[in-house]
Design a binder for this molecule. Structure first.
Ligand SMILES: Nc1ncnc2c1ncn2[C@@H]1O[C@H](COP(=O)(O)OP(=O)(O)O)[C@@H](O)[C@H]1O
Ligand SMILES: [Mg+2]
Length: 335
């Protein structure tokens, strides 16, 4: 039997009430995160992946608000589960969870560092926030963390400033800082999108190694099915704020069900393609967030859409067994 998930998201909806209308950035997403496994969340830009991760950490920018759903964090030590959506904005409970239980790294490491302090001072501050180590112990731990993420000459690098590091080293330092307080869940939001191919592969290797060695659970967010293939155990495919297909990575790659998943897979450049030649890009574009199509959000771009059906009702997710779910009328997903 599968272990109880450490994080469960159910029916999450996060909306932005703007002057021009309501942006339904996340509009019905459910998934589980299991200890020591990697969940990949994939979808084109603007599908709500970042708003979803920010909802988990309760750092959605106003006027964004979680309007429905639950996010449940469970513990191994017998502590009662915590319902993250019920916590007070930026109160002590959620602040004790950020970094210590769930940590976040994202695309642009420069944005998460201060330019005026050394990387060591910033990691030390993160460590001391959640522990009672003294300055000297925290510094030793910071150096150990830098070593753990593969930074050469960590005892020297610890005293450098972020701008002195290459993009790849900066991403490693951000991972070190994220892991400084021993979180059980690491959310990596497009962690390699800004990196060159070689550095990207190294950072993904490091994340996999940390998962295996530390038993970390990883949520990796990407628009790139190639990253999903390399990293994920389980996959959630998102389109316009909805989870359209969920399942184990092998099943999704070998037998994708939702036409959107099928189109995403066709858009992966094959290994022998000339570099940069993006094959088979998907027809059409994501609609403007304030101009959502009625019915299935993907129907205007779908080559199998049924008029009078797909443009009318939003299909509910249907279980296909073996941990697979798909929200599409082709599989009986009537609204
Ligand atoms: N502060 C905001 N105000 C209004 N809309 C927002 C805000 N932040 C994000 N959105 C909208 O939410 C949707 C999802 O954005 P995002 O989660 O960043 O997508 P992704 O990470 O998948 O590229 C987009 O339509 C975006 O325009
Ligand atoms: Mg994003």
């Amino acid at each position: 039997m599968a272990a109880e998930p450490i994080l469960s998201v159910r029916g999450l909806r996060t909306h932005f009430a703007t002057r021009d209308g309501v942006v339904r950035a996340v509009d019905g997403v459910s998934f589980d995160v299991t200890a020591g496994r990697t969940l990949g969340i994939v979808g084109e830009s603007g599908c709500g992946k970042s708003v979803m991760t920010r909802s988990i950490l309760r750092i959605v920018d106003p006027p964004g608000r979680i309007v429905e759903g639950s996010i449940t964090l469970r513990f191994r030590d017998g502590r009662a589960p915590v319902e993250l959506t019920a916590l007070r904005d930026d109160g002590p409970e959620i602040r004790a969870i950020r970094g210590k239980e769930i940590a976040l790294i994202f695309q642009e490491p420069m944005a998460s560092f201060s330019q005026y302090y050394t990387v060591g001072d910033q990691i030390i501050e993160a460590i001391r926030l959640h522990s009672d180590l003294d300055a000297k112990q925290a510094r030793a731990r910071a150096i150990a963390m830098l070593r753990q993420v593969g930074i050469p000459s960590a005892e020297r690098r610890v005293d450098e400033y972020p701008f002195q590091l290459s993009g790849g080293l900066r991403q490693r330092v951000m991972i070190a800082m994220a892991l400084a307080c021993g979180p059980r869940i690491l959310i990596a939001d497009e962690p390699t999108t800004a990196l060159d191919v070689t550095t990207q592969a190294q950072v993904l290797d490091l994340l996999r190694e940390l998962r295996d060695r530390e038993g970390l659970s990883i949520i990796i967010i990407t628009h790139d099915m190639g990253v999903i293939a390399e990293m994920a155990d389980d996959v959630v495919v998102m389109y316009l704020g909805r989870a359209v297909e969920t399942g184990p990575v092998d099943a999704i790659f070998h037998d994708p069900k939702h036409p959107y998943t099928q189109a995403l897979l066709r858009s992966i450049p094959s290994v022998d393609a000339t570099p940069r030649s993006r094959l088979a890009t998907m027809p059409g574009a994501i609609p403007h967030p304030l101009n959502r199509p009625p019915g299935c959000p993907f129907h205007p771009r779908c080559d199998r859409a049924k008029p009078g059906l797909c443009d009318r009702d939003m299909p509910e997710a249907v279980s296909l067994g073996e941990g697979r779910e798909v929200a599409c009328v082709l599989y009986g997903g009537a609204a």
